[in-house]
Design a protein around this ligand. Structure first.
Ligand SMILES: Cc1cc2nc3c(=O)[nH]c(=O)nc-3n(C[C@H](O)[C@H](O)[C@H](O)COP(=O)(O)O)c2cc1C
Length: 190
Protein backbone atom coordinates (compact mmCIF):
# COMPACT_ATOMS: atom_id res chain seq x y z
CA UNK A 1 0.00 0.00 0.00
CA UNK A 2 1.37 3.40 -0.94
CA UNK A 3 1.16 6.18 1.62
CA UNK A 4 -1.62 8.78 1.42
CA UNK A 5 -0.64 11.84 -0.61
CA UNK A 6 0.25 14.72 1.71
CA UNK A 7 -1.89 17.69 0.63
CA UNK A 8 -1.68 21.17 2.12
CA UNK A 9 -4.94 23.14 2.08
CA UNK A 10 -5.02 26.94 1.89
CA UNK A 11 -8.16 29.08 2.07
CA UNK A 12 -8.16 32.61 0.70
CA UNK A 13 -10.46 34.16 3.27
CA UNK A 14 -9.72 35.27 6.81
CA UNK A 15 -13.22 35.71 8.11
CA UNK A 16 -14.53 33.31 10.71
CA UNK A 17 -17.75 32.41 8.89
CA UNK A 18 -16.06 32.13 5.49
CA UNK A 19 -17.69 29.74 3.04
CA UNK A 20 -14.29 28.96 1.60
CA UNK A 21 -12.81 28.07 4.96
CA UNK A 22 -15.91 25.99 5.55
CA UNK A 23 -15.37 24.28 2.19
CA UNK A 24 -11.79 23.49 3.16
CA UNK A 25 -12.97 22.04 6.49
CA UNK A 26 -15.46 19.93 4.55
CA UNK A 27 -12.63 18.74 2.30
CA UNK A 28 -10.68 17.61 5.38
CA UNK A 29 -13.71 15.60 6.55
CA UNK A 30 -14.45 14.20 3.11
CA UNK A 31 -10.87 13.34 2.15
CA UNK A 32 -10.59 9.81 0.79
CA UNK A 33 -8.03 7.37 2.30
CA UNK A 34 -5.48 8.20 -0.40
CA UNK A 35 -5.28 11.84 0.77
CA UNK A 36 -3.86 13.24 4.04
CA UNK A 37 -5.12 16.83 4.01
CA UNK A 38 -3.76 19.37 6.50
CA UNK A 39 -4.57 23.07 6.63
CA UNK A 40 -2.28 26.10 6.83
CA UNK A 41 -3.53 29.53 7.83
CA UNK A 42 -2.46 32.59 5.85
CA UNK A 43 -3.79 35.09 8.40
CA UNK A 44 -0.38 36.03 9.84
CA UNK A 45 1.30 36.75 6.49
CA UNK A 46 2.21 40.47 6.36
CA UNK A 47 1.68 42.64 3.30
CA UNK A 48 4.43 42.08 0.77
CA UNK A 49 7.21 44.62 0.98
CA UNK A 50 10.40 44.20 -1.01
CA UNK A 51 12.36 46.09 1.68
CA UNK A 52 11.29 43.48 4.22
CA UNK A 53 12.07 40.64 1.80
CA UNK A 54 15.59 41.97 1.37
CA UNK A 55 16.06 41.62 5.15
CA UNK A 56 14.78 38.03 5.04
CA UNK A 57 11.44 36.22 4.95
CA UNK A 58 9.15 36.96 7.93
CA UNK A 59 8.46 33.94 10.18
CA UNK A 60 4.90 33.20 8.89
CA UNK A 61 6.22 33.23 5.32
CA UNK A 62 9.04 30.83 6.21
CA UNK A 63 6.48 28.51 7.81
CA UNK A 64 4.18 28.62 4.79
CA UNK A 65 7.04 28.06 2.33
CA UNK A 66 8.16 25.06 4.39
CA UNK A 67 4.64 23.63 4.59
CA UNK A 68 4.21 23.91 0.80
CA UNK A 69 7.63 22.36 0.20
CA UNK A 70 6.84 19.39 2.48
CA UNK A 71 3.45 18.81 0.85
CA UNK A 72 3.17 16.59 -2.21
CA UNK A 73 0.26 18.67 -3.48
CA UNK A 74 -1.59 21.85 -2.57
CA UNK A 75 -5.33 22.51 -2.49
CA UNK A 76 -6.24 26.19 -2.81
CA UNK A 77 -9.79 27.20 -1.88
CA UNK A 78 -10.41 30.66 -3.20
CA UNK A 79 -13.21 33.18 -2.85
CA UNK A 80 -13.85 35.57 -5.73
CA UNK A 81 -13.30 39.29 -5.18
CA UNK A 82 -14.05 41.53 -8.13
CA UNK A 83 -13.72 38.62 -10.54
CA UNK A 84 -10.32 37.67 -9.18
CA UNK A 85 -8.36 36.19 -6.30
CA UNK A 86 -8.67 38.07 -2.97
CA UNK A 87 -5.68 40.21 -2.08
CA UNK A 88 -4.86 38.20 1.04
CA UNK A 89 -4.42 35.04 -1.01
CA UNK A 90 -2.50 36.71 -3.83
CA UNK A 91 -0.31 38.41 -1.24
CA UNK A 92 0.51 35.08 0.44
CA UNK A 93 1.32 33.53 -2.94
CA UNK A 94 3.49 36.51 -3.88
CA UNK A 95 5.48 36.16 -0.66
CA UNK A 96 6.14 32.45 -1.01
CA UNK A 97 7.03 32.89 -4.69
CA UNK A 98 10.19 34.88 -3.99
CA UNK A 99 13.55 33.18 -4.49
CA UNK A 100 15.33 31.03 -3.56
CA UNK A 101 13.67 27.64 -4.07
CA UNK A 102 10.18 28.75 -4.96
CA UNK A 103 8.05 26.03 -3.34
CA UNK A 104 5.27 25.91 -5.94
CA UNK A 105 7.74 24.93 -8.66
CA UNK A 106 6.50 21.62 -10.12
CA UNK A 107 3.87 21.27 -7.37
CA UNK A 108 0.54 19.60 -8.19
CA UNK A 109 -2.29 21.99 -7.25
CA UNK A 110 -6.06 21.61 -7.12
CA UNK A 111 -8.41 24.58 -6.92
CA UNK A 112 -11.87 24.90 -5.49
CA UNK A 113 -13.94 27.85 -4.37
CA UNK A 114 -17.31 29.04 -3.15
CA UNK A 115 -19.37 32.15 -3.65
CA UNK A 116 -22.91 33.19 -2.81
CA UNK A 117 -23.11 34.25 -6.46
CA UNK A 118 -23.99 32.18 -9.51
CA UNK A 119 -20.49 31.34 -10.69
CA UNK A 120 -18.98 29.76 -7.60
CA UNK A 121 -15.72 31.75 -7.84
CA UNK A 122 -15.06 30.54 -11.42
CA UNK A 123 -13.49 33.79 -12.58
CA UNK A 124 -11.16 33.91 -9.57
CA UNK A 125 -10.19 30.30 -10.16
CA UNK A 126 -9.13 31.03 -13.72
CA UNK A 127 -7.10 34.03 -12.58
CA UNK A 128 -5.46 31.78 -10.02
CA UNK A 129 -4.56 29.32 -12.76
CA UNK A 130 -2.79 32.13 -14.58
CA UNK A 131 -0.73 32.86 -11.46
CA UNK A 132 0.10 29.16 -11.13
CA UNK A 133 1.59 29.28 -14.63
CA UNK A 134 3.96 31.98 -13.42
CA UNK A 135 4.93 29.73 -10.50
CA UNK A 136 5.50 26.73 -12.79
CA UNK A 137 3.06 24.77 -10.64
CA UNK A 138 1.11 21.81 -12.07
CA UNK A 139 -2.55 22.80 -11.67
CA UNK A 140 -4.96 19.94 -12.21
CA UNK A 141 -7.43 20.81 -14.99
CA UNK A 142 -10.45 18.75 -13.93
CA UNK A 143 -12.60 18.04 -12.06
CA UNK A 144 -13.36 21.64 -11.12
CA UNK A 145 -15.24 22.50 -7.93
CA UNK A 146 -17.18 25.76 -8.14
CA UNK A 147 -19.68 26.08 -5.33
CA UNK A 148 -22.35 28.58 -6.43
CA UNK A 149 -25.09 29.89 -4.09
CA UNK A 150 -22.82 28.98 -1.18
CA UNK A 151 -25.20 30.51 1.37
CA UNK A 152 -27.62 27.69 0.55
CA UNK A 153 -25.05 24.92 0.82
CA UNK A 154 -23.66 25.38 4.32
CA UNK A 155 -25.64 25.30 7.55
CA UNK A 156 -25.51 27.93 10.31
CA UNK A 157 -22.45 26.19 11.82
CA UNK A 158 -20.49 26.35 8.57
CA UNK A 159 -20.96 22.67 7.84
CA UNK A 160 -21.41 21.57 4.26
CA UNK A 161 -25.02 20.50 3.90
CA UNK A 162 -25.21 19.69 0.20
CA UNK A 163 -24.60 16.13 -0.91
CA UNK A 164 -23.85 16.94 -4.52
CA UNK A 165 -21.15 19.39 -3.49
CA UNK A 166 -19.74 16.80 -1.09
CA UNK A 167 -19.44 14.31 -3.93
CA UNK A 168 -17.64 16.88 -6.09
CA UNK A 169 -15.20 17.62 -3.27
CA UNK A 170 -14.37 13.95 -2.71
CA UNK A 171 -14.02 13.33 -6.44
CA UNK A 172 -11.60 16.22 -6.80
CA UNK A 173 -9.46 14.97 -3.91
CA UNK A 174 -9.36 11.48 -5.42
CA UNK A 175 -8.30 12.99 -8.72
CA UNK A 176 -5.69 15.13 -6.98
CA UNK A 177 -4.11 12.07 -5.37
CA UNK A 178 -3.84 10.43 -8.80
CA UNK A 179 -2.55 13.66 -10.36
CA UNK A 180 0.09 14.12 -7.64
CA UNK A 181 1.28 10.54 -8.11
CA UNK A 182 1.47 11.04 -11.86
CA UNK A 183 3.46 14.27 -11.55
CA UNK A 184 5.69 12.60 -8.94
CA UNK A 185 6.34 9.64 -11.25
CA UNK A 186 7.23 12.00 -14.10
CA UNK A 187 9.78 13.68 -11.85
CA UNK A 188 11.27 10.37 -10.68
CA UNK A 189 11.51 9.01 -14.21
CA UNK A 190 13.02 11.85 -15.81
C1 LIG B 1 -14.37 43.11 -2.18
C2 LIG B 1 -15.33 42.04 -2.55
C3 LIG B 1 -15.55 41.75 -3.87
C4 LIG B 1 -16.41 40.71 -4.24
N1 LIG B 1 -16.52 40.37 -5.56
C5 LIG B 1 -17.20 39.25 -5.90
C6 LIG B 1 -17.15 38.75 -7.25
O1 LIG B 1 -16.56 39.33 -8.12
N2 LIG B 1 -17.83 37.60 -7.53
C7 LIG B 1 -18.52 36.91 -6.56
O2 LIG B 1 -19.08 35.86 -6.88
N3 LIG B 1 -18.58 37.36 -5.28
C8 LIG B 1 -17.93 38.51 -4.94
N4 LIG B 1 -17.93 38.95 -3.63
C9 LIG B 1 -18.75 38.23 -2.65
C10 LIG B 1 -17.97 37.07 -2.06
O3 LIG B 1 -18.08 35.95 -2.92
C11 LIG B 1 -18.53 36.75 -0.68
O4 LIG B 1 -18.30 37.84 0.19
C12 LIG B 1 -17.96 35.47 -0.13
O5 LIG B 1 -18.70 35.12 1.02
C13 LIG B 1 -16.47 35.61 0.19
O6 LIG B 1 -15.90 34.39 0.54
P1 LIG B 1 -15.83 33.85 2.04
O7 LIG B 1 -17.24 33.52 2.44
O8 LIG B 1 -14.99 32.64 1.95
O9 LIG B 1 -15.22 34.93 2.89
C14 LIG B 1 -17.10 40.01 -3.25
C15 LIG B 1 -16.89 40.32 -1.90
C16 LIG B 1 -16.02 41.31 -1.55
C17 LIG B 1 -15.79 41.60 -0.09
Amino acid sequence: MTHPVRVLGLAGSLRQASYNRALLRAAVELAPPEVALSVADIGAIPLYNEDVYEQGFPEPVIALREAIRRAEAVLIVTPEYNYSVPGVLKNAIDWVSRPPEQPFDGKPVAIMGASPGMFGSARAQYHLRQTLVSLNARPMSKPEVMVASAHQKFDAHGKLADETTARFVTAQLEALAAWARRVGDEKNNG
